[in-house]
Design a protein around this ligand. Structure first.
Ligand code: PLP
Length: 421
């Protein structure tokens, strides 16, 4: 089959969400032991790319859903899987909890919070829905969030609205704000005496817009309102210190930008709030201030969260500042080339502090779905279409293995499509 035909089929399959084959070849990790060149130049990032087992069929600019793990992390995961399978229930009844505690402590250090305030979860959805569902709501209480927030959390707010009579108030975040104060004022304008909880994205997933979390927390706390941060895209992407944000709750998915294996997340709850939240799955008999009372999971694949350490090792070998700088560079590399092109609309703020690796771009006369399909079908570029809440375009999420050459292909594709009638 010709490449074009193959991509067309793949595009149709993906867009129609039909089932694609699970494995097209057997997975053998061939890990190179070549050293990592010093510095931040091309040689370093070329070596990093060798750590990823990349499909040659398309340029993957959709790492925002989740990013594949590099080979050293996968090797560790396989070894852990074998260990857990070998040890059986002996492991579960002996070392399981101690090991989980060690991983939690390592993760807490990485994200800058006290381990007693941190729980390992499966993902952001579990972390934040646990808070929304377990919050001690009373009829007439009010919650604030943005209509650009993630659907699963908004749906849970609508559920507590229907279940407990909570009033949901939504703001719309401008794609190009004039200042942090504009954003803070937007949230503040919705606060009343009855407001209890404000949810805010650290990085809006559809645009990559980074919001001024500390300023929003300071403002909300002045009104006695608690703040829950959706940090799905922040951990492992930008340098985050949860304590410095002074939020009440923080959730993230570690399979996105930390390159941990699929199915791990975190939940931070500030110490004073732990006793107030009802768990999702009951764990009675623990002290009210013990965060583990919120973290009952039943039997689950423990090797996945043990591999978080390998993902932190991998990232720390690079350095979070260096990674953040690289991701911001990659985003600006393509978006600066497209911002002033007629018919092209970049839906992400231009200021470097307001975005990092994620950005969104559309073509004025082209529906986002068609744009995503055409990028895949004609140019072999995999993205995702976003069409709503003031954002019409494709979300572009490179990762540390992405090359500028791949981004050149994307830029040329966009320029071609922008002039097409
Ligand atoms: C902003 C935001 N919040 C939450 C989630 C949910 O993440 P997960 O599916 O890993 O729970 C996502 C997923 O893309 C997201 O973008």
């Amino acid at each position: 089959m010709k490449k074009r035909q193959f991509l067309k089929r793949l595009g149709q399959a993906a867009m129609a969400t039909t089932i694609v084959p699970i494995a097209s070849r057997s997975q053998k990790i061939t890990h190179t032991n070549q050293p990592y060149p010093k510095g931040e130049g091309k040689d370093f990032w070329t070596r990093i790319r060798q750590d990823f087992d990349l499909k040659p069929d398309y340029i993957n600019l959709e790492n925002g859903y989740y990013c594949i793990s590099p080979k050293p992390v996968m090797e560790k995961l396989y070894a852990l899987t074998q260990m857990v399978n070998y040890e059986g229930s002996y492991y579960m009844r002996t070392s399981q909890w101690e090991n989980k505690e060690k991983v939690t402590a390592r993760l807490a250090k990485f994200v800058g919070c006290n381990p007693n305030s941190l729980a390992i979860t499966r993902n952001t959805t579990e972390s934040l829905d646990l808070i929304i569902g377990g919050f001690p709501w009373r009829e007439g209480d009010e919650a604030i969030f943005a209509n650009q927030d993630y659907g699963a959390m908004k749906d849970h707010f609508y559920m507590v609205r229907d279940r407990y009579g909570v009033v949901c108030k939504e703001v719309s975040i401008p794609n190009h704000p004039r200042s942090d104060e504009e954003i803070v004022a937007l949230y503040e304008s919705k606060i009343t005496q009855r407001t209890k909880l404000l949810m805010v994205c650290h990085m809006i997933n559809i645009t990559g817009h980074i919001l001024p979390i500390r300023k929003i927390c300071d403002m909300a706390h002045k009104h006695g309102v608690e703040v829950m941060v959706d940090g799905a895209h922040a951990i492992g992407h930008i340098d985050v210190n949860i304590s410095e944000l002074d939020c009440d709750y923080y959730g993230s998915s570690l399979h996105k930008w930390l390159n941990a294996p699929l199915g791990v997340g975190l939940l931070y709850v500030s110490p004073k709030n732990i006793p107030n939240i009802w768990p999702l799955l009951a764990e009675y008999g623990r002290m009210p201030r013990d965060i583990l009372r919120l973290n009952h999971t039943g039997t689950n694949p423990v090797q996945i969260y043990l591999a978080i350490e390998a993902a932190i090792d991998y990232l720390e070998n690079i350095g979070i500042q260096k990674k953040e700088k690289r991701l911001r560079f990659l985003q600006k590399y393509w978006s600066d080339k497209l911002r002033d092109v007629p018919n092209i609309v970049v839906n992400t703020p231009i200021q470097p502090e307001r975005s990092c690796g994620i950005a969104n771009v559309g073509i004025a006369h082209m529906p986002p779905k068609l744009l995503a399909e055409t990028l895949l079908d004609e140019f072999g570029i995999w993205t995702v279409a976003i069409d709503g809440f003031n954002v019409h375009g494709c979300r572009i999420t490179p990762n540390i293995y992405t090359t500028t050459k791949e981004l050149d292909v994307f830029v040329e594709a966009m320029k071609t499509l922008a002039t097409r009638k």
